[in-house]
Design a protein around this ligand. Structure first.
Ligand SMILES: NC(=O)c1ccc[n+]([C@@H]2O[C@H](COP(=O)([O-])OP(=O)(O)OC[C@H]3O[C@@H](n4cnc5c(N)ncnc54)[C@H](OP(=O)(O)O)[C@@H]3O)[C@@H](O)[C@H]2O)c1
Length: 308
C-alpha cells in the first residue's frame, strides 16, 4: 500500500484506513465474549498483514470496547505501535451522562475534550494519539475554548495532530480561524449513495485548505451490496460498479475504493468490514486507474439524472 502525507502533518497514512467501529461485531458490551474478541483480532491481523498503517477509532465505538480490544492487540504485537497511525474521536455524549435527564448530545467543552482524551489513551494503552478528531459538530462549539483544549493536549504530548469529522466547510473555517495549527483531516460520509460532498463545497473547501478528507462508510455500510429495496438508484449503481469491476478484473468493493481514491481532493477511504477476505480485497482498489468515463458512469448512475 502506498503512503501519503495526511493534511499538513508529518503523518504518513496508507491510502486505505482500517475502521475499527465494527470489530467486535456488536455494540452490546454484554455480548462481547472471547469468540468476538478473537474475531476482532483476526480482522486487525488481516489489516496489518494487508499493509494498512492507519486505524480509526472513536471513544463511543462499542462504548469504549473497540479501543480496549485494540489496546490488547497492541500489547500482543510488540513494535506495532511505532509503525501505525492511531486516530480516535471525542465529542459525542450518551443520554444519561452525567445524570438521568441528560440527552444524547455533542460536547466540545474543554473539560470534556480533555477528559475524553485521557480515557481513550488509557483504553488504547498508548502515550499519544496521532490524530484526534471532533466527532460531530457541537452546535454550542466555542472555537477559542476548543483551541485552548487542543493546546493543552498537544503541549502535554497527548495528541500530535487534530482534525474534525462531519464538519461543513463553514464549521471547518470557523474552527480553523481560531487555531494556531492546521486541522489535518475532516472525516465525512461520501460514497455513491451520498454525493453531496462533491457538490456542496465540502470537498472543494478541504482541497483548498490542504485538509485530507477521509470517507467513512465507503461501501455505504454494506448497502451497496444489498438488494435495491426502496432505493431505486441502487440497482443502477451496482450495475455500473460491476461493469467497471469486470473491466478491471477486481471486485465491486475494490472499485468503490478506486472511485473514491480518484477524486482530486485526495479522499482516503476507511474500510469497515470485519471479514479478513474483504479487508484484503479492498486493497486491490489502489491499483485500479479508473478512466474519467468509468468514474462518470458510476457518478451518473448514482445521481440518477443526466448532467445538463
Ligand atoms: N466519523 C463518523 O461519523 C463515522 C461514522 C461511521 C463510521 N465511521 C468510521 O468509518 C469506518 C467504516 O464505516 P463502515 O463500517 O460503515 O464502512 P463500510 O465499509 O461502508 O461498511 C462496512 C459494512 O459493510 C459490510 N460489507 C462490506 N463489504 C461487503 C460485501 N462485499 N458484501 C456485503 N456486505 C459488505 C460489512 O460487513 P462484514 O463485516 O460482514 O464484511 C460491514 O457490515 C468505521 O469503522 C469507523 O471507523 C465514522
Amino acid at each position: 500500500m502506498r503512503t501519503i502525507p495526511l493534511g499538513q502533518s508529518d503523518l504518513r497514512s496508507t491510502r486505505l484506513i482500517y475502521g475499527c467501529m465494527r470489530i467486535p461485531g456488536t455494540w452490546n458490551v454484554a455480548e462481547i465474549d472471547e469468540t468476538r474478541r478473537r474475531e476482532a483480532f483476526a480482522a486487525l491481523e488481516a489489516a496489518v498483514e494487508a499493509g494498512y498503517n492507519h486505524f480509526d477509532h472513536a471513544d463511543i465505538y462499542a462504548h469504549g470496547e473497540c479501543e480496549t480490544i485494540f489496546g490488547a492487540f497492541l500489547r500482543g504485537n510488540a513494535g506495532l505501535r511505532e509503525e501505525i497511525i492511531i486516530t480516535t474521536k471525542c465529542g459525542i455524549r450518551w443520554a444519561g451522562d452525567p445524570d438521568a435527564g441528560a440527552p444524547h448530545r455533542y460536547d466540545f467543552s474543554a473539560a470534556w475534550i480533555r477528559s475524553s482524551c485521557e480515557r481513550s489513551l488509557a483504553r488504547l494503552g498508548i502515550e499519544t494519539i496521532d490524530l484526534y478528531l471532533l466527532h460531530r459538530p457541537d452546535v454550542l462549539m466555542e472555537p477559542d475554548e476548543v483551541a485552548a483544549a487542543f493546546d493543552r493536549l498537544q503541549a502535554a504530548g497527548k495528541v500530535r495532530h487534530f482534525g474534525v469529522s462531519n464538519f461543513t466547510a463553514s464549521q471547518t473555517g470557523l474552527l480553523q480561524s481560531r487555531l494556531d495549527r492546521p486541522l489535518v483531516c475532516n472525516q465525512i460520509e461520501v460514497h455513491p449513495l451520498r454525493l453531496s460532498p462533491f457538490e456542496d463545497g465540502t470537498l472543494d473547501d478541504l482541497y483548498q485548505r490542504r485538509i485530507t478528507p477521509t470517507s467513512w462508510s465507503p461501501v455505504a455500510g454494506g448497502r451497496l451490496f444489498g438488494t435495491a429495496g426502496d432505493d431505486p438508484r441502487l440497482g443502477a449503481v451496482a450495475a455500473a460498479l460491476d461493469a467497471e469491476a469486470e473491466r478491471h478484473g477486481v471486485s465491486r468493493g475494490a472499485i468503490l475504493m478506486a472511485w473514491l481514491l480518484k477524486h482530486p481532493s485526495g479522499i482516503l477511504p476507511i474500510v469497515g468490514s470485519r471479514q479478513p477476505e474483504r479487508i484484503r480485497d479492498a486493497v486491490a482498489g489502489e491499483a485500479v486507474e479508473l478512466s474519467r468515463e468509468g468514474w462518470y458512469r458510476i457518478y451518473l448512475a448514482a445521481r440518477g439524472t443526466a448532467l445538463p
